[in-house]
Design a protein around this ligand. Structure first.
Ligand SMILES: Cc1cc2nc3c(=O)[nH]c(=O)nc-3n(C[C@H](O)[C@H](O)[C@H](O)COP(=O)(O)OP(=O)(O)OC[C@H]3O[C@@H](n4cnc5c(N)ncnc54)[C@H](O)[C@@H]3O)c2cc1C
Length: 473
């Protein structure tokens, strides 16, 4: 807790750095920067409890102003938590130790759309949908279409290693960035290499992507753009079980890359898919999109139909797949998405094909056996030549009313789910990041390898002011 004298002193310095109008100590600003999309933060506030708040909310407009803020923070040893859209699900943007919240949304400039170099250069605080619209106006696309496209920022997706629905063809955000401007905790402004593939040492981009504001603040990025596909076609299939769908999908991925692949377990097919897409039959529904130059797509479609038929998939035609695409964000609308007072979590786990189905069953059995009050549903949404990701959710309809008891139950279910995934060869998280939600499990995932991250942290942020207690650091 800062005394009034020191508080006022720091306030005048921050106002000098970013301008009086961009530095707030108003309760409304502190409150709105204390609850992100993490279930625990929403539940805590919903039950009338006080979330940890920052002392100051600052909104710098560029790297130079960010640098000034970080120098002040380091001098006074004040925690700094970066806030993008606040759409993260892991509590990453919550200022758990107070101090400064640095909101990036004034850094939302689109500097350049470079169609020779095939990138768009923008401020890290730009909402992703805005850079997509800017690319579309020139006839291009970013091909990064997460369900939170309209509420999360470029920097937020980079900081959490985000992913969108056409990732199987175009990759994750870490495949989509060329160069980044970053402000280090000591205020130095650095640039990663101008090309993302090189042999000039380890890849600086990949050190900062996924670092969740613990090693520095991303202020600008060059994001790849793509030509719009000549055609994008959809095909829905029904598999009698998930095993045959995995075999068919692995075979397809050795031949070519569909853009979107989404397989639902029987429970999600019978609930969400029935309700939103209209598929009435029992089984495991899979939607596939293929896109690009028409002649190539014709060939890919033929291979897809032949391969899936071999594994007994019922071809449902294009209608359900198209409906799925139109409704891809509807899944998150009220009434379809879980919401308070339900207790829920999405444990996105990634693993190679030889482990992924085992992980699904192990997590389902562990959670449903230990917590009979929980339901477990899942789909598999991001696919690679070597494996895929299970987007599995637990839902408790009637969690304890007492917020402390609700937190205990929530954390215990997460521990069971993630520890089961790790024990069976999975990774803590595929694309939602770690935040405060999963920080405790990072050491269990990495063991002694965690010292690599800790060493980077100690070197770059010796005062440990940057987003404390996130990412297990
Ligand atoms: C309805 C809904 C659907 C979602 N669907 C998807 C999806 O399909 N795919 C997906 O990947 N995610 C999805 N998410 C999660 C969320 O959108 C991502 O985690 C996103 O990366 C968060 O970005 P943000 O700007 O909202 O970040 P915030 O929540 O503000 O911050 C997230 C973390 O990044 C850090 N950070 C933010 N900006 C910077 C920066 N410039 N430099 C350094 N650190 C920074 C913060 O400190 C924090 O640790 C969804 C969320 C919601 C609410």
């Amino acid at each position: 807790m800062l005394n009034e004298f020191l508080f006022t002193q720091i306030l005048t310095e921050l106002e000098d750095a970013v301008g009086v109008e961009n530095c707030s100590v108003k309760e409304i600003d502190k409150l709105t920067h204390s609850v992100d999309y993490f279930w625990l933060s929403r539940m805590w506030a919903d039950r009338g409890r006080q979330m940890p708040e920052a002392d100051f909310v600052v909104s710098p407009k560029n790297a130079q102003e960010v640098s000034k803020v970080l120098k002040i923070a380091n001098y006074y040893k004040l925690p700094v938590t970066t806030w993008g859209g606040g759409g993260g699900t892991q509590g990453g943007a919550i200022p758990v130790c107070g101090g400064i919240v640095l909101d990036t949304k004034r850094m939302n400039q689109i500097y350049e759309i470079n169609t020779d170099g095939m990138y768009i250069e923008c401020g890290a605080g730009a909402i992703y949908k805005h850079i997509e619209i800017a690319a579309n106006e020139k006839g291009y696309a970013t091909m990064h279409y997460p369900s939170s496209l309209t509420c999360s920022t470029v920097g937020g997706f980079l900081a959490h290693r985000g992913i969108g629905v056409v990732s199987t063809k175009y990759g994750k955000i870490d495949d989509m960035v060329l160069q980044m401007e970053i402000v280090l905790p000591n205020g130095d402004i650095i640039y990663t290499s101008p090309a993302p593939k090189h042999a000039a040492g380890p890849d600086l981009n990949q050190i900062f992507i996924g670092s969740e504001g613990t090693l520095g603040i991303i202020t600008k990025a060059q994001i790849r753009i793509y030509e719009q596909p000549e055609v994008r076609r959809f095909r829905g299939f029904l598999f009698k079980d998930m095993s045959s769908a995995f075999k068919a999908s692995k075979e397809i991925l050795q031949k070519f890359k569909p853009s979107c692949m989404r397989l639902y377990d029987n429970a999600e097919t019978a609930s969400l898919i029935k309700k939103i897409v209209g598929v009435e039959k029992p089984g495991a529904f899979m939607n596939i999109a293929i896109e690009g130059v028409k002649e190539l797509v014709d060939v890919e479609e033929k291979i897809l139909l032949e391969t899936f038929a071999k594994y007994g998939a019922e071809d449902l035609g294009s209608e359900y797949g198209e409906k799925w695409w139109q409704e891809k964000i509807t899944f998150f609308y009220p009434g379809h998405m879980m919401d308070l007072p339900q207790c829920f979590g999405t444990m996105d786990t990634i693993a190679p094909f030889d482990k992924i189905e085992k992980i699904y069953w192990a997590m389902k059995n562990a959670i449903e056996t230990k917590y009979p009050q929980a339901r477990f549903i899942a789909h598999f949404s991001h696919w690679y030549e070597w494996g895929c990701m299970v987007y599995d959710r637990f839902i408790v309809d009637n969690p304890p009313e007492d917020p402390v008891e609700a937190m205990k139950l929530h954390n215990a279910i997460w521990n069971t789910g993630v520890r089961t995934a790790i024990a069976n060869g999975g990774v803590v998280n595929d694309h939602h990041g770690v935040g405060i939600k999963l920080g405790r499990l990072m050491k269990e995932q990495y063991g002694p390898a965690m010292q690599v991250f800790e060493g980077l942290k100690d070197k770059l942020d010796p005062n440990h002011i940057m987003n404390p207690f996130k990412l297990g650091l």
